[in-house]
Design a protein around this ligand. Sequence first.
Ligand SMILES: Nc1ncnc2c1ncn2[C@@H]1O[C@H](COP(=O)(O)OP(=O)(O)O)[C@@H](O)[C@H]1O
Ligand SMILES: [Mg+2]
Length: 393
Amino acid sequence: MALTTKILTSTHTDNMKDRWIKKQQEKLKNLASGLLEEQAGGGDDENLPDEPWFDSPLTPGEVPEGYAKFSDVFGIKSDSGIEHHIRVYSDEDWPEDIRSFIPEPSSDYVFDALALEQAVLGVNYGENVSISGPPGCGKTSLIKEIAARIRQPYMRLNGKDGLEISSFVGQMVINEQRQTVWQDGLLPIAVKNGFLLAFDEWTKVPAGINMVLQSLLEDGGHLLLEDMPGKYHEKIIHRHDNFRMALCDNVKGLGDGIDKFAATNVQDTSTINRFGVNISMEYLSDLDESMLLRRKYPKLSGKLASHMVAVATKIRVGYAQGNLSLTMSPRNLLKWAKWALILRNKERAFSMAYYQSLSDDSEKLAVDQIYTAVFGGIHESASREPVAWDVPF
Ligand SMILES: Nc1ncnc2c1ncn2[C@@H]1O[C@H](COP(=O)(O)OP(=O)(O)O)[C@@H](O)[C@H]1O
Ligand SMILES: [Mg+2]
């Protein structure tokens, strides 16, 4: 009996498959003969109209109230060259007790024009944003800088901290009157008050916890505080209109094919499907990265900065090829510059900021070669002798 059912099911599925394939072939035939295009409203122009989308505040000319020009908000042009009108808030738009969550902009941050534009469009047009990219390339700080410039409260959650569901959703606590009461976690505070939320390394939390996020990611989504006592409708927290979520990670959530980032969980594809903006970020260009170093440390000469960036770039290539187990992020670069200026010695600084964290001798040798190739001299990390330095101090 079971066998018969199986055969019937498989025949049934085969028939469905055949029908589906036939339908697709039919569609293609119609497309080729222009039939579907005609049904869809005709017109033989596949170009987009010059005017912006009707429902968009992009309209050239006057900037609507509560909006500002992209280039005025971020100090650079958008990658597409379009002068988007960006929703900006004033601190008074937010309740007093959450204004302290609005970050201050950092003048040291160097924007990647493309990643910035894409993330800003997501925030502006109510889409969830997913950013993937190598460690330290500036994913989280991009979101923080956007929040700082549009004056929106910002919060960062980190999936890496062995996230317990209670720590970000909420839990029962004992208050001063010795009563057991519900205390919201960070997530409901962000959802209720319209924060821009950066969820770091979300692929490291178990897929089960991320399922909680799924309903949040939907249009008009909500958060269910399952463990909170009370009636069902009281447990539902609706998204504030301004609430936006940006998930930042080294990987795209489909498991880590290259096995570089331990403890990465494969996420439910239905979670991944709920991002309206997908950004693949890279390290800045060499030129921008030198600028980053010199903005933070103006005493660094241009030549030294660009050589340091060249070392970092070569290390990153070695890391991507699997020859080095540690990459060199802008964070390491900034520390290198800092120690170089304090010690007036770029070699020793390099050793402190990066080299000594390598444990494998063959990796150290590879890095020595990189260093020598860029700076010409021999990199002697163990040397206690003062080494020539070219930091103008
Ligand atoms: N574009 C940038 N401009 C200035 N500093 C940067 C930039 N990108 C990264 N950094 C530095 O590197 C650190 C790590 O950046 P972060 O945003 O946490 O990286 P990620 O989230 O990609 O791991 C920042 O605190 C900042 O000091
Ligand atoms: Mg991050």
